[in-house]
Design a protein around this ligand. Structure first.
Ligand SMILES: *Cc1c(COP(=O)(O)O)cnc(C)c1O
Length: 375
C-alpha cells in the first residue's frame, strides 16, 4: 500500500546527499565539531537571507526562547503574553523562568494571536509579548508592534514554524518573519521548514547590545573567558548541523514553493467541500505551510483520520489541547471556556502531510481519500 508520511526527510536528503556528505566528511576530518567555521558561515548566510544584523545560533528552539527572555532580563513575576494555541515550548520557558504566562485567544481565520485580546490582557506587570507565527504565516505584527510601543513592551517572535515567510507591513516594506520584533527565535528541528539532522535553533536581533547579551547568555554567562557575570546556559549549534543548514538554506525558498504547491493542490480539491475549511492566509503575509491545517465541520475527526491511516496516509492534530487545559499548566486564573476559539480549534482541526517531496499522484491520492470519506 502507498505510504504518505507527514514529512519526507529521506527524499529531501537524497537530492542534496553529495553536498551534505562532503560537508560532514570535512568536519570529521578536521574535528571542528564545536564553533567550527561551518557555524560562522551559516550564521553569516542566515543573517544575509533574513536581512538582520545578528543571528546567534543555539541548541534548539526552546532554548532560543528561554535565552531571549533571559537576555531581556525578565524577572520572576513579570507577565509575558502569549497565545493559548501553540506548541508547549512557548509557554514552557515562561514557566521555567518563573515568569507569569498570560494567555490570549487567537483569530479564528489565521489561528494566530489576536491583537485586540493582547491589549486587553496588559497589566502594569506585563513586560513582553510572544507572538507565534503558527503553521507558517505571520501574526499581525504591525498591530502587535504598535501595542508594544504604546505600552513599552518587548516582542519576542516565536518563528519556529515560519522561517522564510515574508511580512509586508503597512509601510509597504517587506521583512522576513522573525526580524520584526526585538528578538526572533527559531528551531531547526528536522521537520521544521529549515531543519537540520538533529537539534538546532537560533536567535535573531537587530539590536547590538541585545545581541551581545544573548551571546553571553548562551555561553555560560561568560563575558571574559572564565569570568561569569551572569547565570547563563550552555546552548550551541554544532558544526555538523550548521553545515547541513547552510546547504539547506540555499533551497529554503524553493522548499517553501514546494510546500505552497501542495497546499494549493489541497485547497483546490477541498474548495467546494462544506465539511472542510481550508487555510486562510492574512493579506500582510505569505504562507510557508509548516503545517497544512484544515478545520472540520460536522465531521467525526477521529474516524476521518482512521480512514486515512487505513490507506497509509498520516495525519495529525496540532494541537489537541489548549495551553490552559494542559495538566502541568492548570492555573486558577483560567478555566474551560476562557479561550473559545482555541478550544474549538483543538476539537476540530487536523493537519495533512505537507513537505517538499510530493508528486501530483500522491497529492491526488490524499485528496481523493479525504473526499471519499466525506461524501
Ligand atoms: C518546534 C517549536 C518550538 C521548539 O523548538 P525545539 O527546537 O523543538 O526546541 C517552539 N515553538 C514552536 C511554535 C515550535 O513549533
Amino acid at each position: 500500500m502507498k505510504q504518505v508520511p507527514m514529512v519526507d526527510l529521506v527524499g529531501q536528503y537524497k537530492k542534496i546527499k553529495p553536498e551534505v556528505d562532503a560537508a560532514l566528511a570535512e568536519i570529521l576530518s578536521n574535528a571542528s565539531f564545536i564553533n567550527g567555521p561551518a557555524v560562522k558561515q551559516f550564521q553569516a548566510n542566515l543573517e544575509k537571507y533574513l536581512g538582520i544584523k545578528h543571528v546567534i545560533p543555539c541548541a534548539n528552539g526552546t532554548d532560543a526562547l528561554q535565552v531571549a527572555m533571559m537576555a531581556l532580563n525578565l524577572q520572576p513575576g513579570d507577565e509575558v503574553i502569549t497565545t493559548s494555541f501553540t506548541f508547549i515550548a512557548t509557554a514552557e520557558v515562561i514557566a521555567l523562568l518563573k515568569l507569569t504566562p498570560v494567555l490570549v485567544d487567537v483569530d479564528p481565520e489565521t489561528f494566530n494571536i489576536d491583537p485586540i485580546a493582547i491589549e486587553k490582557a496588559i497589566t502594569p506587570k506585563t513586560k513582553a509579548i510572544v507572538p507565534v507565527h503558527l503553521f507558517g504565516q505571520c501574526a499581525d505584527m504591525d498591530a502587535i508592534m504598535e501595542i508594544a510601543e504604546k505600552h513599552k513592551l518587548y516582542v519576542i517572535e516565536d518563528n519556529a514554524q515560519a522561517i522564510g515567510a515574508n511580512y509586508t507591513g503597512k509601510d509597504g516594506h517587506s521583512r522576513k518573519a522573525g526580524t520584526i520584533g526585538h528578538i526572533g527565535c527559531t528551531s531547526f528541528f528536522p521537520s521544521k521548514n529549515l531543519g537540520c539532522y538533529g537539534d538546532g535553533g537560533a536567535i535573531f536581533t537587530n539590536n547590538d547590545a541585545l545581541a551581545a547579551q544573548i551571546r553571553v547568555v548562551v555561553n555560560h554567562g561568560m563575558v571574559v573567558r572564565y569570568y561569569h557575570d551572569y547565570v547563563g546556559v550552555n546552548s550551541r549549534l554544532d558544526s555538523m548541523q550548521a553545515a547541513i543548514l547552510d546547504i539547506k538554506l540555499k533551497h529554503l525558498d524553493e522548499y517553501a514553493d514546494a510546500r505552497r504547491y501542495a497546499a494549493n493542490y489541497y485547497n483546490k480539491a477541498f474548495a467546494t467541500c462544506d465539511k472542510l475549511k481550508t487555510p486562510v492566509t492574512a493579506g500582510f503575509t505569505d504562507h510557508v505551510f509548516h503545517q497544512y491545517t484544515l478545520v472540520t465541520h460536522c465531521v467525526d475527526r477521529q474516524k476521518l483520520m482512521d480512514h486515512l491511516q487505513a490507506k497509509g496516509i498520516s495525519s495529525a492534530i496540532y494541537y489537541p489541547v489548549a495551553l490552559h487545559m494542559q495538566k502541568a499548566y492548570i492555573d486558577p486564573r483560567y478555566k474551560k471556556g476562557d479561550f473559545p476559539v482555541t478550544e474549538k480549534l483543538c476539537k476540530t482541526v487536523f493537519s495533512l502531510p505537507i513537505h517538499t517531496e510530493f508528486d501530483d499522484e500522491t497529492l491526488e491520492y490524499v485528496t481523493s481519500s479525504v473526499l471519499e470519506f466525506l461524501q
